[in-house]
Design a binder for this molecule. Structure first.
Ligand SMILES: Cc1ncc(COP(=O)(O)O)c(C=O)c1O
Length: 359
């Protein structure tokens, strides 16, 4: 976690005068620190633990490179992602519900574990698999979404895909992103009960779902609490099997900051507003990141509670509130923009900001 102290703020304020705002600042090493924490928390949970970073959360080449140096594997959902990790030697997973023929052939050429989501996808994989039987995973549906196979159709599905030359060796489910410890435990109780009915499995893929360090801190939870839930529910089963962890947010959420600037100030019916050059176009709510705003400079007349709004002419383009003496030209920094932000940002009316990498 990046603790924002006065020195960091002064350094960022200086940076804000060297580069046009808004811009992102990326710290690839932060992902390495979190990788180490994740590997440590899960180290004794299974015979073999394979952390496969969920590339969609932040596919910046420096993050991928930094994680690859930690011997991370990668979980991909598209051809672009597979190509971005092609040169890395760690384990790969393709976990997609709408795979193209090119994606399947690329995944097979990289020896990626393919997680199946539908029978038509199983037929597609079987068409391209040269070596049979091919080990595959099956995604289990535990909620009301459309992904994966329902637990009560699993036996039939396993038999069906084996006739296609595919051997199910891994079961997978994903608890959803940014889960609370309570809902994670519920997920793991349900998932582990299903998994244990299939003793022939060689591995279990538990997806991602761990919050970033700021949310963990705010909820008084620790990553090791989540690892303990997996150990409690699946420890015996995993003592002779592999565990795949597809973490994204935990590894990347605080790897990036966004620096933005106050373009104008105004008062609307007594409420003070600072109008910034970044809004929900770069800080979408859909990311579920706990954005935190800090003024880097305060040249206004007095401290006041001021609402932060973005550059879009949409009523919804509001970001939050700070207590600061803001005036036109002052820079602000937004923490926790490392997960999903660059991928979900809109290129609406403006170009994407530059990313400054700090090694
Ligand atoms: C299948 C799968 N695995 C892993 C992830 C990464 O989740 P998180 O960023 O919560 O770790 C996602 C995110 O949606 C996912 O759908």
């Amino acid at each position: 976690m990046l603790a924002m102290n006065a020195r960091d703020k002064a350094w960022l304020a200086e940076l804000s005068h060297e580069h046009p705002t808004p811009f992102w600042v990326l710290f690839p090493r932060v992902s390495q620190t979190h990788y180490f924490e994740l590997a440590d928390a899960f180290s004794r949970v299974a015979k073999k633990v394979m952390i496969c970073y969920s590339v969609k959360t932040n596919p910046h080449p420096r993050i991928l490179d930094a994680l690859s140096k930690m011997e991370s594997g990668f979980e991909c959902v598209s051809l672009r992602e597979l190509e971005n990790v092609k040169s890395f030697t760690g384990p790969k997973i393709l976990n997609s519900c709408s795979s193209s023929d090119e994606e399947i052939t690329e995944a097979l050429s990289q020896n990626a574990l393919i997680i199946l989501d539908s029978l038509s996808q199983a037929e597609q994989v079987a068409r391209f698999a040269e070596k049979k039987p091919l080990s595959v995973g099956l995604r289990i549906r535990l909620d009301h979404h459309r992904f994966g196979f329902s637990p009560n159709e699993l036996r039939k599905t396993i038999e069906h895909v084996s006739q296609l030359g595919l051997r199910v060796t891994v079961l997978h489910s994903h608890p959803g992103t940014n889960t609370t410890l309570k809902s994670y435990r519920q997920f793991m109780i349900t998932f582990s009960a299903i998994v244990k009915e299939y003793p022939f499995l060689e591995g279990v893929d538990i997806g991602g779902g761990f919050p970033g360090s700021v949310s963990l801190h705010m909820r008084h939870e620790k990553l090791s609490d989540y690892a303990n839930v997996v150990r409690e529910q699946l420890g015996d089963f995993l003592s002779a099997r592999a565990l795949y962890v597809e973490s994204g947010r935990f590894l990347s959420e605080d790897t990036m900051l966004l620096v933005t600037r106050v373009m104008h100030v105004k008062s609307v019916e007594g409420q003070a507003f600072a109008l910034l050059d970044a809004g929900i176009n770069l800080l979408p709510r859909l990311t579920m990141n706990p954005y935190r705003f800090h003024a880097l400079e305060e040249t206004g007349a007095r401290k006041a509670s001021i609402r932060l709004a973005g550059p879009l002419m949409f009523g919804s383009d509001e970001l939050g509130q700070v207590s600061a003496a803001l005036s036109v030209g002052n820079a602000l920094v937004v923490e926790n923009t490392g997960s999903y932000c660059t991928e979900m940002s809109w290129k609406l009316s403006r170009d994407f900001p530059k990313i400054i990498v700090i090694e």
